[in-house]
Design a protein around this ligand. Structure first.
Ligand SMILES: [Zn+2]
Ligand SMILES: [Zn+2]
Length: 330
């Protein structure tokens, strides 16, 4: 637990068996009740760790009146329900990510079947599909409660002397939000901008949107903001936010070029293209076949996010051959 600026504390909450290691949860002190930004992974060890770190500064769960969550991913939203039970705090989330927590299909089995079909149509072989089912099931288990409060762009949330402005930054998730403290020039960026890894931007199964285009737009939205310190939900604090944003944009352009190079000769499925990309370049690069199965699933979804963004810009075209989708150089 570290005090970043007076009244703002960073708590490192462990994520079990995950290379990210921690979620950075922030506590903001307020006279009428403290606020947490993000909650952490739904796990006993994480909850205990949060409890112990709060105790270091004499705070108990009962002192927390608001849980403000940047997006509905498991490592941020997972613990929100249990902390709410212990504290009586309200849980707040952007309205679009709230909608993702509400079942959109008549049954979860129907959802799983349609998701498998979606992966199949993008060239994913049968042997890879059980991992997707497992991932989706795990994800559902993380979403235990619905928020009490839904947030939209521009909302202002008072926490004692702090005023947090909601900045909607779709991309990493469709309802991702950052919180801006104008007076102190702080931006709580969640997973929108991270110091080392490039935030995962994936086309979600069955979605028809364009998350990479949204993401680049959202980077452009926060880049000109007057920020002296960005506080991300993983890894280190970011002092040069515009500089880091430029690096991330550059990374995506490099990846676009890799994809276009792979597509030079013949039409390919997203799965095949993912096999031609160097993954995790931040860590020296890993071949697709050496990724763990859930990471291959994410790699295909990330490749699709790039392909769909380039399709809108007429850089690639997509054709449907016997229910399998192929992309090619435009
Ligand atoms: Zn996330
Ligand atoms: Zn995260």
């Amino acid at each position: 637990m570290t005090e970043i600026v007076p009244g703002v504390y960073q708590l490192k909450v462990p994520i079990p068996n995950n290379p990210l290691e921690n979620t950075n949860v922030y506590l903001i002190r307020g006279d009428g009740g403290h606020a947490l930004i993000d909650a952490g992974w739904n796990d006993d060890i994480a909850l205990q760790s949060l409890h112990d770190q709060l105790a270091e500064i004499g705070v108990t769960f009962r002192d927390i009146s608001q849980i403000l969550v940047t997006h509905a991913h498991h490592d941020h939203y997972g613990l929100a329900g249990r902390i709410r039970e212990l504290s009586g705090a309200t849980v707040a989330l952007h309205e679009i990510d709230r909608d993702f927590l509400t079942p959109q299909y008549s049954s979860f089995d129907e959802y799983l079947n349609r998701m498998e079909q979606w992966f199949r149509s993008n060239g994913v072989p049968e042997i890879e599909l059980p991992a997707s089912r497992m991932f989706a099931t795990m994800r559902r288990a993380g979403a235990t409660v619905l928020p009490d409060v839904t947030l939209t762009d521009g909302d202002s949330i008072p926490v004692g002397d702090f005023h947090l402005q909601v900045v909607w930054t779709p991309g990493h998730s469709p309802g991702h939000i950052c919180f801006y403290e104008r007076k102190r020039k702080l931006l709580f960026v969640g997973d929108h901008v991270l110091s080392v890894i490039t935030p995962n931007i994936s086309l979600q199964p069955l979605a028809t949107n364009n998350p990479l285009a949204d993401f680049i737009g959202s980077l452009g939205k926060v880049r000109p903001m007057d920020v002296t310190l960005a506080l991300p939900a993983h890894e280190q604090l970011i002092e040069n936010l515009p500089g880091r944003i430029d690096e991330i944009i550059e990374h995506h352009e490099v990846r676009n070029q890799e994809i276009l190079t792979a597509l030079k000769d013949e039409p390919m499925t997203a799965f095949d293209i993912a096999g031609h990309i160097t993954w995790m370049p931040e860590f020296g690069g890993v071949h697709f076949n050496d990724l763990a199965s859930p990471d291959r699933r994410m790699a295909v979804s990330e490749t699709l996010a790039h392909l769909e963004a380039m399709r809108v810009n007429d850089r690639v075209v997509r054709t449907d051959r016997k229910e399998i989708l192929y992309y090619q150089y435009a």
